[in-house]
Design a protein around this ligand. Structure first.
Ligand code: NAI
Length: 295
């Protein structure tokens, strides 16, 4: 069985930076590949900021911060990743972009290296052919924010070897995360259940069952969730939820995965949730107010 020693993370955005941080913190020499020097610098800065925040809160020691930063490298040239034995892809959610990358990586990576995608909604098997190593290809689905969220879904396809899955499970545990095993079906475990739940909340709002605040309060206090569905939607990003539900709807052809019209209208209006400053809530004031949606 291949033991993971060196890790490459491709894409240093929101997820890639988090994945690189936890990998480096666990002692793995980790190289992040971004497409330009400024994006490399941005990724490094975001990791430094997260570590500084962790230190302020007493969650990260000075020694842990130093180890993490020492184990990190940022590059633009793919060839610099050649000696890695685990490649984790966290680039944009676009199958063509991902597959172009996998076939380039297949040219430079060692034949025994494992390829893992952090995709939220694409199936892993759709990337297996481009990877040139379908037995060594799987999904490692992390959750945002990566340093805080314990779960990683380890996704095997119909062609993933047992050895590959076992190496990936060991790697996830070495990061101090909890793996769950899932089959390669769109949404894996968490999004398969969570997406219809969030869409149902939007449908309930459109049918005037209750207000945004009361639906959130109902789920928080009545079901014991840490946050209600609209707070969660704003946190995940409405564009992301829209895209995932479109992909799941195309895969399963079931109405429960279909994005409600209100979700589409909000995405078109640029109301993407917390990241754009406005979604179901308006974040320009503290505490946030419920947005006016003309319902
Ligand atoms: P993001 O947009 O923050 O980051 C993507 C990064 O990839 C960008 O910085 C971009 O410059 C870079 N990139 C694009 N092509 C590249 C290439 N060929 N080589 C190197 N870097 C390249 O996106 P985010 O949110 O980090 O998502 C990345 C992946 O993780 C997607 O597949 C997404 O579905 C998945 N994901 C996202 C979650 C989320 O909550 N945002 C949760 C779990 C998975």
């Amino acid at each position: 069985m291949e033991k993971i020693k060196k890790v490459a993370v491709i894409g240093g955005g929101l997820m890639g930076s988090g994945i690189a941080q936890v990998s480096a913190a666990a002692g793995f020499p980790t190289t992040v590949r971004e497409i330009s020097e400024p994006l490399c610098a941005k990724s490094r800065q975001s990791i430094e900021k997260t570590l500084a925040k962790g230190m302020e809160r007493g969650k990260v020691t000075e020694a842990e911060r130093d180890t993490t930063l020492r184990n990190l490298r940022f590059v633009t040239d793919l060839k610099e990743l050649a000696d890695s034995n685990l490649f984790i892809e966290a680039v944009v959610e676009d199958l063509d972009v991902k597959n172009r990358l996998w076939s380039e990586l297949n040219q430079i990576a060692r034949p025994d290296a494992i390829f893992a995608s952090n995709t939220s909604s694409l199936t892993i098997i759709a990337m297996a052919a481009a990877s040139g190593r379908s037995d060594r290809m799987l999904g490692l689905h992390f959750f945002n924010p990566v340093p805080l969220m314990k779960l990683v879904e380890v996704v095997r396809t119909i062609t993933t070897s047992e050895d590959t899955e076992r190496s990936a499970l060991d790697f996830v545990r070495a990061l101090g995360k909890e793996p769950i095993r899932a089959k390669d079906s769109s949404g894996f475990v968490v999004n398969l259940l969570l997406i219809p739940y969030m869409l149902d909340a939007i449908n309930a709002l459109e049918s005037n069952v209750a207000s945004v605040e009361d639906i959130d309060k109902g789920i928080q206090l009545g079901a014991g969730h840490p946050m209600g569905p609209f707070t969660l939607l704003d946190f995940v990003g409405l564009d992301t939820v829209y895209k995932i539900s479109e992909i799941m709807f195309a895969e399963y052809r079931e109405p429960r995965y279909a994005p409600p019209p209100l979700l589409k209208r909000m995405v078109l209006a640029g109301m993407l949730g917390k990241k754009s400053g406005k979604g179901f809530y308006d974040y320009s004031s503290t505490p946030p107010r419920v947005s006016s949606l003309g319902l």
